[in-house]
Design a protein around this ligand. Sequence first.
Ligand code: 13P
Length: 237
Amino acid sequence: MIVAANFKTNLTRKKTLNYLGALESILKEKNISQEVLVFPATSSLDEHEGLVTVGAQNAYATFNGAFTGEIGQEQLDEFGIKTILIGHSERRHVLGETQEELVTKFNFYKELGFKIVYCVGEPLEIRESGNEIMMKYISAQYEGIDTEYENLTIAYEPVWAIGTGLTPTLDDIQTVHQALKAKSKAPLLYGGSVKVANVEEVLSIENVDGVLVGGASLIAQDFAKMCEIAQEIENKE
Ligand code: 13P
């Protein structure tokens, strides 16, 4: 299973370093063999060795150049970063990234062999418009994306469940994941208000291959607990 933490605009460089140290020692102590990804803020990126793979929350589709405020492959390469999150709903809806821009970014980092965690998900008004409209909306987020890319992981994150404490029912997650698995065989994560208290039931759903955790990942011990629960589920299978 894949257990991923998205820090968003949280934690400083120093706090991230302490976090990764604490997380690594718990994972080692508990014999965790799950795939663990951590996406810190851009200013906290650094070289990291251990069980955890550190990835970038965002980067521009360029090696370097005149793109004020952005970082490119050269800045990621300095720290050996080969994993990137693309299409997160906050980048789509708050920062206004279009599908076209995301496709450009996807293709750029795909060419470089990056592991790409590509996010999809619907806002509340779309979900409330019924299943057909919702699936059409999510399908549009697959447009231009190579769903067979070998280093692809997809994360389904309903926008209305992010940071709200609201989660879809387990049946709803199962239904959407089943439909999305038909579009791509890539590992499929669920994200949106996942926490220690609900991670076991979420990870037990068919076609859920892992979780992408925001707010509840900010405390290393809590995130480590989620990795432990994932390990226990896999050991049972
Ligand atoms: P929360 O876990 O805070 O709801 O955020 C989910 C998310 O956006 C992870 O990318």
